[in-house]
Design a protein. Structure first.
Length: 542
């Protein structure tokens, strides 16, 4: 655990890794707490019923599931697809897979058939644990998935051709000896969100949970603290929900609230946090921007958050100010990727929070800005964010993609594909993805800074910026804007917004073209898909 101290440098210098040779995620995140009656999970289901599970409950149920899967010839190294929302069965499936030494493959419930077929085929999943909706999606895919032998359904009425999840558990033994796994043994494949190119399966080792812990403890102000209780609207199929919340909270012995929103409702989010006394939350920027539109939530909801972390897109000064005023705390930003997660963050308890910066290297990680030859760049110079290997949180490889794995590294630097610069104090400032950078009239423009400025305008709720073709300048800055309720789109507002950005940034960075839209294309994890906007723009102008 991190040692609490008054300055960032003291915290960073006092931390060192201790990774055992033999390690199993499920034993560390569940079984070691099972001797007590410690609460592990609160589940609010879609009917409004609340169920609570202790770590002892999770240990017994995951043991039963591990035995049931073993009876279906699922063993060490086999891939187990988990196509479920936030619910107890999802957590149990992960714990059982790790106990078996199998490899969990979390899958997002909103994936369509093609997305599911790609991931199940690429991973070679031997089993799939899902609900009836998931079974329906894969029903016509079986011919293309010869390795998928076992389907397990969590619904009360299990369709033909699938095994009944809870009946399997009732019939299985509660005693199971977890596989003696190495810290380097594979445990998890998480597919990238596909912002650039087809998704790639990032294979993580058992040690990944230990590697994530400083990146959770730091932005959550030295988590855990007494009475902590964690919730996130982020789906557990993604690193943000699974490795930033669920498993780290359990590893710390902290209960997690599980609830599936059919569609994220910001008012209901406030109500949920108040009702269950949520103390810690990972709230993606998209969720925060929606919550910011709720008028005076504290007058209706008695929420008392201790820490909020956010990552995926730069927050900017407006959202940070709102967090202090409405949530009563400094929102701590963090940064990472599916492949190397939670390696940069802020911690308001020991460092200054600089609006627009994603923070400094999380203790335990070496993060620099490098040039194309892997040389560390001095402060102020723009380059690529890179993390030094080896690192406990770093992925093992891309599944079935050796060339992509090789391309990810430059010497002992793991490259992120993100452009940034570091200031004199060691803070990192995100500029944009390599392919998101805009070159207009010879100027290199990062979309993040322009987007941050745009959402400061009182009429703008959300913004996305791309480069659009232009006969004179080659490329111009184009903004796609979602307006706040009551704002009226039109030439007057467009001109006002352009002037707003021009006077706050610089004349070459303001959006020469603006399109008002109802919504923005987002990945399943809530990141803006600028690639979709660029492709649509190219199609219009070609």
């Amino acid at each position: 655990m991190l040692k609490k101290a008054g300055t960032y440098q003291e915290v960073y210098d006092s931390f060192s890794w201790s990774i055992p040779l033999r390690y199993n995620i499920a034993v560390d995140a569940c079984d070691r707490w099972a001797a007590s009656d410690r609460l592990a999970l609160i589940y609010l289901d879609e009917t409004g019923q609340v169920k609570r599970y202790s770590f002892a409950d999770l240990k017994e149920l995951s043991n039963r599931l591990a035995n049931a899967l073993a009876a279906q010839n699922i063993g060490q190294g086999d891939r187990v697809g988990i196509l479920l929302p936030q619910c107890p069965e999802t957590g149990l499936a992960h714990l059982a897979a790790y106990k078996l030494g199998a490899i969990a493959v979390p899958l997002f419930t909103l994936f369509g058939p093609e997305a599911l077929e790609y991931r199940l085929a690429d991973s070679g999943a031997k089993a799939l644990i899902c609900d009836a909706a998931g079974l329906e999606k894969v029903a016509n895919l079986r011919a293309g998935l010869p390795e998928l032998k076992t389907l397990v359904c969590c619904q009360d009425q299990t369709p033909a051709g699938a095994l009944d999840f809870w009946e399997m558990l009732r019939q299985a033994s509660p005693e199971f000896t977890p596989t003696d796994t190495s810290a380097e043994d594979p445990a998890l494949i998480i597919y990238t969100s596909g912002t650039t190119g087809p998704p790639k399966g990032a294979l993580h080792a058992q040690r990944t949970l230990l590697g994530h812990m400083p990146g959770v403890e730091f932005p959550h102000n030295f988590f855990p603290q007494p009475d902590d209780l964690f919730w996130t609207p982020a789906d557990w199929a993604w690193a943000g929900g699974l490795l930033d919340v669920l498993l780290p909270a359990w590893r710390a012995g902290v209960p997690v609230l599980a609830h599936r929103f059919k569609k994220f409702d910001p008012e209901e989010a406030f109500a949920l946090m108040a009702r269950f006394k949520v103390r810690n939350s990972f709230l993606p920027p998209t969720a925060l921007k929606m919550m910011r539109q709720v008028p005076d939530p504290a007058s209706r909801h008695d929420f008392k958050l201790r820490s909020v972390g956010s990552g995926g897109e730069t927050l900017g000064e407006e959202l940070l100010d709102w967090g202090r005023e409405v949530l009563g705390l400094s929102i701590n930003e963090f940064y990472g990727q599916t492949e190397v997660n939670l390696v940069v963050a802020t911690c308001a308890q020991c460092m200054e929070v600089k609006p627009g910066s994603m923070g400094r290297a999380v203790p335990g990680h070496v993060v620099e800005v490098v040039d194309s030859e892997g040389n560390v760049l001095p402060p102020g110079q723009e380059g690529e964010v890179a993390i030094q290997a080896p690192d406990p949180v770093m992925f093992l490889k891309y599944w079935n993609k050796p060339q992509a794995t090789e391309d990810k590294y430059l010497g002992d630097w793991c490259l992120t594909g993100d452009q940034a610069k570091k200031d004199e104090d060691g803070y990192l400032w995100f500029v944009g993805r390599n392919d998101d950078l805009i070159t207009s009239s010879g100027y290199r423009i990062g979309p993040a800074e322009v987007e941050d400025c745009l959402i400061k305008h009182p009429a703008v709720a959300m913004a996305a910026v791309i480069g659009a073709p232009d006969e004179i300048r080659g490329t111009i800055v184009k903004a796609f804007l979602v307006l706040n309720p009551g704002a009226e789109a039109g030439q007057a507002l467009l001109t006002d917004i352009q002037g707003f950005v021009k006077t706050r940034l610089s004349p070459h960075e303001y959006p020469r073209a603006i399109e008002f839209v109802e919504s923005l294309p987002l990945t399943a994890t809530g990141k803006i898909r600028r690639k979709d906007l660029r492709e649509a723009e190219e199609a219009r102008t070609s």
